[in-house]
Design a protein around this ligand. Structure first.
Ligand SMILES: Nc1ncnc2c1ncn2[C@@H]1O[C@H](COP(=O)(O)OP(=O)(O)OP(=O)(O)O)[C@@H](O)[C@H]1O
Ligand SMILES: [Mg+2]
Length: 333
């Protein structure tokens, strides 16, 4: 990609200390490295607990990494609130007692130091940007007087009030009515296209919404990046066994696979069989000796994607397709 880098995450690791007597430490994010480019919507996909929100929070700076750092490109390093986050639940994100006028003007007055009159004017502009018109009708409302979709538009408007370079949208439509999800995603896309924000990190567990929105996708598994690819490449040919599993769980008969469909994961312990092995080994149908011994690193494939899998790397070097070569595990672990 020739686009300009906005921010680069370098080896971000976040470890939460265990709580209580037998609380184990949680590695919520492990050596996460990626660049967010200008004009890009980057998807971050993974199951619950895979570290999506943690990475989003690390990007905003709300959360400090245990190790690793963020590098902002100088052109994007200024900005009032460089990164703003839009959360899943717009109702929880808004103070129920405050009218929208207060919600939107307060950050403009406090952080951008506008006069109350300028702030009110700007609040009207923001409401128009998020397609809540006529704006004066919405300024006087409180959250409970709005629909879920309207509330999420207010949350987006408030995020924009900080003139961010980047928006981290963390499952922004999963609590909204199915019928209005597409509109809110369309609004996010529009913010990018019109240059209101430089880039968006779009967090979701729903592969199909990432397909419509993101140009590139990072697939996470238990705090690690397992595959990074252009969305089209990923959909056409998922390479990491976990990505294949994610895809196999989506009922879409039109989707064609190059390889064999993988079995749906069995329940049981998800702990790696050894502390040093591949974290996905306990669920992996292709698991082999090497996977128990060392954790794979992200390696580039000829098409430019990155995959963290011993079997994929080995077979790609041989010019083979892992799913055709690997011996599917026949015994249930
Ligand atoms: N503040 C915290 N203290 C301790 N552990 C935490 C904290 N925040 C997250 N975790 C743990 O870190 C891991 C990753 O959590 P995270 O919320 O980032 O996952 P997620 O992918 O966003 O999940 P979901 O899809 O459910 O939102 C989980 O095991 C979670 O329990
Ligand atoms: Mg989350």
């Amino acid at each position: 990609m020739s686009a300009e880098a906005v921010v680069t995450a370098q080896q971000l690791t976040k470890i939460y200390a265990g709580h209580g007597k037998r609380g184990d430490a949680v590695v919520a994010a492990h050596e996460i490295s990626f660049t967010l480019y200008a004009g890009e919507i980057l998807g971050l996909i993974g199951e619950s607990g895979s570290g999506k929100t943690t990475i989003g929070r690390l990007l905003t700076g709300i959360e400090k990494p245990t190790t690793g750092s963020l590098q902002w490109s100088s052109a994007f390093a200024s900005g009032h609130g460089q990164v703003q986050m839009v959360f899943q639940d717009p109702y929880a994100a808004l103070n129920p007692f405050n009218p929208i006028r207060y919600t939107l003007t307060r950050p403009l007055i406090n952080f951008r130091h506008l006069s109350p009159a300028e702030a009110l004017d700007q609040a009207r502009t923001l409401l128009t940007t998020v397609q809540l018109t006529p704006p004066d009708q919405f300024l006087v409302k409180r959250p409970h007087q709005l629909s879920g979709g309207q509330r999420q538009r207010i949350v987006i408007a408030r995020a924009l009030a900080a003139s961010p370079q980047v928006i981290v949208a963390d499952e922004p439509v999963s609590m909204l009515d199915v019928s209005i999800r597409a509109e809110v995603l369309q609004l996010l896309r529009k913010l990018m296209v019109t240059g209101q924000v430089a880039s968006i990190l779009y967090i979701t567990h729903d592969l199909m919404s990432a397909r419509s929105l993101a140009q590139r996708v990072i697939v996470l598994y238990r705090g690690r990046m397992v595959e990074v690819a252009k969305t089209g490449d990923l959909l056409a040919n998922p390479r990491h066994p976990y990505t294949q599993m994610l895809f196999a769980s989506i009922p879409n008969p039109r989707r064609a696979f190059r390889g064999e469909a993988l079995p749906i994961p069995v329940s049981g312990s998800l702990a790696p069989s050894s502390a040093t092995g591949c974290p996905f080994a306990p669920r992996c149908p292709w698991v082999e000796e090497a996977c128990q011994q060392t954790a794979p690193r992200l390696e580039p494939l000829p098409d430019g994607r990155l995959v963290s899998c011993h079997v994929v790397t080995r077979t790609a070097t041989d010019g083979q397709d892992a799913s055709k070569v690997a011996q599917p595990r026949t015994t249930t672990p």
